[in-house]
Design a protein around this ligand. Sequence first.
Ligand code: ADP
Ligand code: MG
Length: 457
Amino acid sequence: MNQDTWGRVRDDLMQNLGRDAFNNWIKPLELVGESDGVVSFSVPTNFLGDWVSRNYGERIKNGFNQAGLEVDRLDFSVLPSILTPSEGADANDTRQGGSNLSRRSPKPDIDLPGSPLDKRFTFDSFVVGKPNELAHAAARRVAEGGPVTFNPLFLYGGVGLGKTHLMHAIAWEIQNRRPDAKVLYLSAENFMYRFVQSLRFKDMIGFKEMFRSVDVLMVDDVQFIAGKESTQDEFFHTFNALVDQNKQIVISADRAPGEIDGLEERIKSRLQWGLVVDLHPTDYELRLGILQSKVEAQERLYPDLRLADGVLEFLAHRISSNVRVLEGALNRLCAFASLVGREATLEVTQECLADVLRASDRKVTIDEIIRKVADHYNLRLSDMLSPRRARSVARPRQVAMYLSKMLTSKSLPEIGRRFGGRDHTTVIHAVRKIEELKSVDNQISEDIELLRRMLEA
Ligand code: ADP
Ligand code: MG
């Protein structure tokens, strides 16, 4: 075990957690060493150690396991100094002797707590369609800061539907119109981190003053503070103080205020005082519009890019989950086509994006499988789940179990449970049996092909 392994694990965490979370929680960890499957870290506070252990412990352990180091447990302690035996060149880096903690982790810059704004996330680049027109109009209104606005503006919706984009757009627009306005945009996670830091450095006054001095406060992904009581408390006070001063607040979350578990009632109701609008899942027209607008940037990037007719339509049809995925698929396709110097035809698209297309395929459920198979063999649903073992019932049941294994990601015990509470060994037996039969019995293999096509359609 050396700093290199930890370096690799850290790189992965950085990729997976994003910069904010990484900087707040992972960066302050200092590796002490590993022995007998226990990896020890030195942490600046017990709070941070507890928090990382509870929220990221499993990921860190998995990271080590993937890097080839078997780890059973992580230990986080506040150590006065790090006394690592020299192992690897990096050990020179760790300070020896009674170093003082505040020197190793300097006080953060409380003056500039915001998260950076993405230059691309403006109103100009936001494509408006039915699913997001209300959210867009409300965001515009708030950004224009007329006499009547909504306070707070609460935007919610699923992943990748444009919440962060709209919030940044509001921030840019306000900054444009009123360059002297103090606009503070930050993730709820960042808010919590600032709060914890100010407790730690006993600077609650500075924290309160800073947050109460802004003209516009925007907190992204507020569901993050669900269940975190003292952070919620502070958020509530900040919120009230700002509303009392008529300062604008914009909040986003992945669901409606009333649906965020672990959020105090008084906060839920406070959040609904203003305007609550949701971003609906995208529809085909909106997705096509977004693709058409994003393809222009790609054409500037790759002047020789050729996209065949129907490719954007195909993508808008097939990738309906979220805009981030859609955008990623378009970027990848354009890079690929330009790199190999081919026109991006439908075939090229299918080949290049096979994994994305597969992942956004419609998910088949065990219930659907049971229903379709029962239909196909003219059986009742209850026959599929009953203990009867007559061949005429048992075989179709096995077919359904086999398809459940092939077409869903459910485990064998889960599948067994769904078939009238059977054991997982019954499912294994069914899968083997059908595999065997498929190669010798044409009827069965045709049935299965037909059912599979119907289920995946
Ligand atoms: P969320 O915060 O809701 O998870 P984001 O705002 O990060 O989603 O959006 C994900 C990506 O999709 C961003 O790159 C964003 O620019 C893009 N996007 C989402 N909706 C739109 C839209 N209506 N027009 C243009 N781009 C969009
Ligand atoms: Mg977001």
